[in-house]
Write a protein that binds this ligand. Sequence first.
Ligand code: NAD
Length: 495
Amino acid sequence: MERGHLSSVTCAGSYIDSYDPSTGEVYCRVPNSGKDEIEAAVKAAREAFPGWSSRSPQERSRVLNQVADLLEQSLEEFAQAESKDQGKTLALARTMDIPRSVQNFRFFASSILHHTSECTQMDHLGCMHYTVRAPVGVAGLISPWNLPLYLLTWKIAPAIAAGNTVVAKPSELTSVTAWMLCTLLDKAGFPHPASCLQRQKGATAGVPPGVVNIVFGTGPRVGEALVSHPEVPLISFTGSQPTAERITQLSAPHCKKLSLELGGKNPAIIFEDANLDECIPATVRSSFANQGEICLCTSRIFVQKSIYTEFLKRFVEATRKWKVGIPSDPLASMGALISKAHLEKVRSYVKRALAEGAQIWCGEGVDKLNLPARSQAGYFMLPTVITDIKDESCCMTEEIFGPVTCVVPFDSEEEVIERANNVKYGLAATVWSSNVGRVHRVAKKLQSGLVWTNCWLIRELNLPFGGMKSSGIGREGAKDSYDFFTEIKTITVKH
Ligand code: NAD
C-alpha cells in the first residue's frame, strides 16, 4: 500500500493519519467521513434494497461465491496489506485472516441455501400456521481493528446473503483491506457508493448498485452517525464494552435490533491430568497469538496446585521461544501491537501488577527486545507472564487485549469454576483434562459463550458464536446470523 493511497479519492471532510505499527510512521491517510457520507450511503442502500432483497438466494449465493473467488485470487496482496496496516505477522494474515475472509463469503453463500421455516396445524379450528423470514433492510455493521477484514466480512457476508443491503464501517485504525474490498466488490458486480467513491449507477448488469457501502472514519463521528440513523434498523457491532454501551444508548430511541460481540477475560483451566505436551504450546498460542489481540485469547491461567511449578517452568520456557519480530519475518510468532496508545495501556497493566507485588517471569521489563533499527519506534512488546497476583487485581479482571497473561494455582474443581466465573465477562474458556466426565461437567458450569476443551480456537461456523454477561448480546453463526439479519413473521390461514 502506498502512502496516500486512501486519500487519493475525493472525499468531503478530513483525513486521519494511519500508522505502520512496525515502524511507528504514518504511511497512509484514511478518509474521516461524517453525517453527509452516512446520508449518501444509507440512501444508496435503501434504493438498492428492493432489487437485492427480491433476488433468489441462489442468485445472491452466486455473487458471494464470486467475491470469495476474487478475494482468494488476491490473497497475497490482501495479506501483505493487512499485516502492514495491523502489525500482525504476514504468516498469520496469510494463513488466518484472509483465508477466513474468503471462507466467510463461501460459507454464507452455501448456508443461505439451506434454511427452512416452521409450519403447524390446528385441524380442530381449520387452521394452519407458518413462519416466513424477510431481510430487515439497511444493516449497519461496525468492526474493530484486531482482525480487520476477517470480522468485517463475517458481518457483510451473512447480511447480504439474507437479502439486506449494508453500510459497513471498519476501524479507523485498520481501513486498508476494507478499502481494497471496495474495489473487489466492484469487480464482483457490487458497485458501492462508499463514502468517498463516485456512485456507478447501472455500471454492471445483475446486481443493483448500493448493496454494499463502506464508510471510513472515527467512531464518534461516522460510527455514531450510522448508529443514530433512523433508517438503519439493525446494528451488528464487534468491539469494546464501553462503545457497546454508547451504541445501545443511541439505538434505544429507535428500538434497533442489536448484535454486540464484545471483549473477554478468558480463563484456561489446567487440571493435573492434562496432557502438558499439548496443553503448553496451545496455551502459549491462546495467550499470545496476534499479539494477544484476539477477543478469545487466554489471559487468566488457572493451574492445579500439584502441577503448578512444573507447568509454570515449562510455560515460561515455551513463551521465551515465542519470537517477536517485524511482521514480514517468517520466524516471528508475534508482530507489533496496533498503536502507541494501546502499547502504553498494555504496559501499564504490567506496571500495576508489579506495584501490587506480583512477579514477572518473562517479557516486559525482564527480557530484551531484539529488533532491526527501522523498527525501534514500532509498537512491539514481549509476551509477558505474571504470577503471584490476586484474583481481584485489575490484571485478573480487566481485558488487557495484549501479550500479557497471568498464571495462578487452584486446589479443587468447585473452587476453580467459581473463580473463573468471577469476572464481568463471559466470552471463551479452555479446559484441559484427560477426564471426560470432568471436561463435560466443568464446560457446562462455566459462564462462557464458548468452551474449548483440550484445544483452542477450532471454529465450527455452523454453531453459535458469542458471549455472555458483558461479553455481548446475541450469537453469530449459520442459523444465528440468519435469524439476526432477518425478521420472522407468523402467518395463520383458516381454510
Ligand atoms: P472499539 O469499541 O474502540 O471500536 C470498535 C469499532 O467501533 C471501531 O470501528 C470504532 O471506530 C467504532 N466506534 C468507536 N466508538 C464508536 C461510537 N461511539 N459509535 C459507533 N462506533 C464507534 O473497539 P476496538 O478497540 O476497535 O476493538 C477491541 C475490542 O473489540 C476488544 O474489547 C475486543 O475484545 C473486542 N472484540 C470482540 C470480538 C468478539 O467477537 N466478541 C472480536 C474482536 C474484538
